[in-house]
Design a protein around this ligand. Structure first.
Ligand code: NAP
Length: 299
């Protein structure tokens, strides 16, 4: 029921009603907006060498899942590009003292044990005043005692929550710990890449299954969008990307790659492609979901 402001006289009320009706009519004659292209679609990224990017921005680098297939290759690729006073922090649950950590130059790479699925805070490894220019989160859970689930019947709360903690909530801990320490931008922006997965795309999902992994990756994509909105509203600037690395031979994928044939990449190939996306991303790509070639994927 329409109620009139009490200040209106009885005479002016019909006039107000008439003017409301005519406003409604004129609004209905405004043509509808053009149909939206998918709101998640971002401009493509042109992959490019990361060397100028690494030189231009000053700060350290944080790689999670550093003992993993893709994460360890990313660490190896970055070692040569680190400038004076900059470090690479290589995180995973059991990286300290691991054989892979012994192959890294201790002057450049600091291994840090961190179980990103627990509620423990991220260890504070940065020196006073140290800045961070690049964070690549590759740690993830796909297989566990109950995953990945083929159907509804096999979903188990423990595995579901572990997946959310490892693949999604871990990102929030990274934001809380590291975003206050971002390097000041040059003509490049500091960047946070979350290795997501195409199976986290709702639009692209034609086959179902893998409930916990898919849902946790979908949620991680949204977390990246939220972080982009919130952080870039403040004084910090950072590009936030969700990246599907492409099917790559690693421990995570090995039980599932039979039959995928020549479409499976080596971990070295994938690591290089991911670093080229860091360098090619412009501000308007932030919040986007991309594959390893720089094509935007639908959320
Ligand atoms: N390989 C593919 O085909 C493929 C396809 C699509 C998406 N991806 C995504 O790409 C990323 C990297 O995958 P990948 O194939 O390189 O996997 P991977 O070889 O299995 O490596 C996973 C890494 O995550 C770490 N990790 C697992 N749980 C952890 C936890 N609770 N806390 C801290 N670290 C943990 C593991 O180290 P510790 O066990 O030592 O902790 C390991 O270093 C993942 O996000 C994955 O979802 C991969």
């Amino acid at each position: 029921m329409l109620s009139f402001p009490s200040t209106l006289t009885r005479r002016s009320r019909p006039l107000l009603l008439l003017s409301l009706v005519s406003t409604a009519r004129s609004l209905s004659s405004i043509p509808p907006p053009p149909p939206l292209t998918h709101p998640g679609i971002h401009p493509p990224i042109t992959p490019t060498s990361i060397k100028p990017w690494l030189k231009s921005l000053k700060g350290s680098i944080v790689i999670t899942g550093a003992t993993g297939g893709i994460g360890s290759c990313i660490v190896n690729d970055l070692i040569e590009g680190v400038g004076e006073g900059e470090r690479i922090y290589a995180l995973s649950r059991k990286v300290e003292g691991s054989s892979i950590s012994k192959s890294w130059d201790p002057e450049i790479v600091t291994p840090v044990n961190w179980d990103c699925s627990t509620d423990d805070p991220m260890p504070s490894f940065l020196e006073e005043g140290e800045k961070v220019k690049l964070i690549i989160h590759t740690a993830a859970l796909l297989n566990g005692s109950h995953g990945p689930e083929k159907n509804l019947k096999s979903i188990n709360q423990t595995h579901f929550l572990n997946s959310l903690n490892t693949n999604t909530y871990s990102l929030i801990k990274i934001y809380q710990s590291l975003l206050p320490h971002l390097s000041p931008p040059t003509h490049f922006y500091p960047t946070l890449i979350n290795l997501s997965a195409r199976v986290g795309s709702i639009t692209d999902d034609k086959s179902g299954g893998w409930w916990s992994y898919r849902i946790s990756k979908t949620a991680s994509n949204h977390a990246q969008v939220l972080a982009g909105i919130e952080v870039n509203r403040q004084r910090h600037k950072c590009n936030f990307l969700s990246v599907h690395p492409g099917t790559t031979y690693t421990d995570l994928s090995s039980p599932f790659v039979k039959g995928v044939g020549g479409k499976v990449h080596s971990k070295e190939f994938t690591a290089e492609r991911i670093l080229e996306l860091v360098a090619g991303c412009e501000e308007e790509g932030s919040g986007g979901f991309y594959d390893w070639t720089g094509q935007s994927l639908p959320f």
